[in-house]
Write a protein that binds this ligand. Structure first.
Ligand SMILES: Cc1cc2nc3c(=O)[nH]c(=O)nc-3n(C[C@H](O)[C@H](O)[C@H](O)COP(=O)(O)O)c2cc1C
Length: 393
C-alpha cells in the first residue's frame, strides 16, 4: 500500500484485481452515464480559496454525525454486493471504518448478512433499507437491524425501480458469480479475488437468502429488483417505517428542493443529498449542484449529508463548504476494498483524512465547524444557492 498515494491509485489496483463484471458494476452508472460524469465534473469545477499566514498549527478533522463523535465528516455508503469486490467485503469494510472512527452502512443487498457483520465487529453499524412489495419482509429486515443493535436506519428513496446499467447487462453479471467461457480467463487471472470469495461466508445476498428461496434461477439483479422492490413506495410509508424503527432514521436519495422540504417534515434525523452515484435517473443534476439550494431551503431543520463523486479530502471540503454536515463515500472505499481488502479501505480513509487535513491548513481553517461557503473561490458558488439553476456550479 506504500506507493498508493491517492484514490485513483486504488481504483487502478482494483481494476487489476477484481473481475471485470464486478469492477464495472461498481464503476458504472445508468444509461449514458451523464449524471455519473456530472457528479465528478461539477465537484472539480469548485475552486477553493488559498489563504495564507493564518495560524493552522492546531487543526482537527473531528466532528459529529447525528450527535456521535467521528474522526472526520465521512461515513461509508451502503454498497450492494460489497462482498463480491472481496470475500467478506462488508465485514472488512466495517472493521476498517470502525477502526478509523467513522460509521459503516450495510446495504440490504449485501453479501454478508446483518447478523454476519454484527457477529464480526464490536461496535454498532448502520443498516440501509430497500422496501420490498412484501411489507412483512421489509418489517422483518427492520426488526433484524434493531435486534443487531444497528445505530441508524438509512432508508433509500431513489430506487423504486432500477435505472438500467448497460455495463451490467453486457457483462452478464450474475450473483453468485458463474464460471463461464466468457469470464474464465478473467477470473483465472484474479486468483486472490477468487480465493477470498471462495473462502467468504456467503456467495449470494445474505439478508434476503431465505426470501430468495425458489427464485435462484432469477440471477440478474435487475430482474430480481423489478420483481421485488415496491414502486408504490410513498411519503406515507416513511411514517410507517419511522413507527417501526426505534432509532435514528436517515432518508437517502434526495436531489430536489421540494422533496427536501417534505423530507425535513418527516421527523427523520438526516437526509442524504444523493442521486445514487449517478446510477438511477440519468440526466439528473449532479448532487453537488443540488446541495446549495437544498441547504438554503432547509437551514438547520435537519442534518444534511451528501454523496456523489467524493474521491478526496478536497471534495469533502467542497461539500461541507456548500452545506453538508458530513459525506458518504461509495466508490472511493470500494476501490480500496477491491485493491487490498480491509487494508485497502483503511488506506482510502487515511488518504481522504490526510487530504482534508492539509486542505484545511491551506485554506486557513482549523476545525470542521469553521468550513463555510467563504472557502469557495468562485463567486457564483458562494452566493446563496436558493433559486440558482444548478449550472451555476
Ligand atoms: C456498486 C454500488 C452499489 C451501490 N449499492 C447501493 C445500495 O445497495 N443501497 C444504496 O442505498 N445505495 C447504493 N449505492 C449508492 C451509494 O450508496 C452512494 O450513494 C454512491 O455510491 C455515492 O457516489 P460515489 O460512489 O461517487 O461516492 C451503490 C453504489 C455503488 C457504486
Amino acid at each position: 500500500m506504500k506507493n498508493i498515494t491517492c484514490i485513483e491509485d486504488l481504483r487502478r489496483a482494483a481494476r487489476r484485481k477484481v473481475p471485470r463484471a464486478f469492477f464495472e458494476y461498481a464503476e458504472g452508472g445508468s444509461y449514458a452515464e451523464e449524471t455519473l460524469r456530472a457528479n465528478r465534473a461539477d465537484l472539480e469545477r469548485i475552486k477553493l480559496r488559498q489563504r495564507v499566514l493564518v495560524d493552522v498549527s492546531e487543526r482537527s478533522t473531528k466532528t459529529t454525525i447525528l450527535g456521535e463523535p467521528v474522526s472526520m465528516p465521512l461515513a461509508l455508503a451502503p454498497i450492494g454486493l460489497c462482498g463480491m469486490q472481496r470475500g467478506d467485503g462488508e465485514i472488512l469494510a466495517c472493521r476498517a471504518a470502525q477502526a478509523a472512527g467513522i460509521p459503516f452502512t450495510l446495504s440490504t443487498m449485501s453479501i454478508c448478512s446483518i447478523e454476519d457483520v454484527a457477529a464480526a465487529v464490536d461496535k454498532p453499524f448502520w443498516f440501509q433499507l430497500y422496501v420490498m412489495k412484501d411489507r412483512g419482509f421489509a418489517r422483518s429486515l427492520i426488526e433484524r437491524a434493531a435486534a443487531a443493535k444497528c445505530s441508524a436506519l438509512v432508508l433509500t428513496v431513489d430506487l423504486q425501480i432500477l435505472g438500467q446499467r448497460h455495463r451490467d447487462i453486457k457483462n452478464g453479471m450474475t450473483v453468485p458469480p458463474q464460471l463461464r467461457l466468457a469470464n474464465f480467463i478473467d477470473i483465472a487471472t484474479k486468483p486472490a479475488w477468487a480465493l477470498s470469495v471462495l473462502r467468504g461466508k456467503r456467495k449470494t445476498f445474505g439478508n434476503i437468502a431465505g426470501y430468495l428461496r425458489g427464485m435462484e434461477s432469477v440471477n440478474t439483479l435487475s430482474q430480481w429488483i423489478a420483481g421485488q422492490f415496491d414502486p408504490a413506495l410513498s411519503w406515507k410509508d416513511v411514517e410507517w417505517i419511522a413507527s417501526l424503527w426505534p432509532g435514528k432514521l436517515i432518508l437517502k436519495g434526495i436531489n430536489d428542493v421540494e422533496d427536501a422540504r417534505i423530507a425535513a417534515k418527516t421527523g427523520a434525523a438526516a437526509i442524504v443529498v444523493s442521486n445514487h452515484g449517478g446510477r438511477q435517473l440519468d440526466g439528473a443534476p449532479s448532487s453537488i449542484a443540488m446541495l446549495p439550494p437544498i441547504a438554503d431551503a432547509l437551514g438547520s431543520q435537519i442534518e444534511i449529508m451528501f454523496d456523489g463523486g467524493i474521491r478526496s479530502g478536497q471534495d469533502l471540503m467542497r461539500a461541507i463548504a456548500l452545506g453538508a454536515r458530513s459525506c458518504l463515500s461509495g466508490r472511493a472505499y470500494i476501490y480500496g476494498l477491491g485493491a487490498g481488502g480491509q487494508a485497502g479501505v483503511t488506506r482510502a480513509l487515511e488518504i481522504m483524512r490526510n487530504e482534508l487535513d492539509v486542505c484545511m491548513a491551506l485554506t486557513g481553517i482549523t476545525s470542521i465547524g469553521g468550513i463555510s461557503r467563504r472557502v469557495i473561490a468562485s463567486m457564483e458558488a458562494r452566493q446563496s444557492g436558493a433559486g440558482n439553476p444548478p449550472s451555476t456550479l
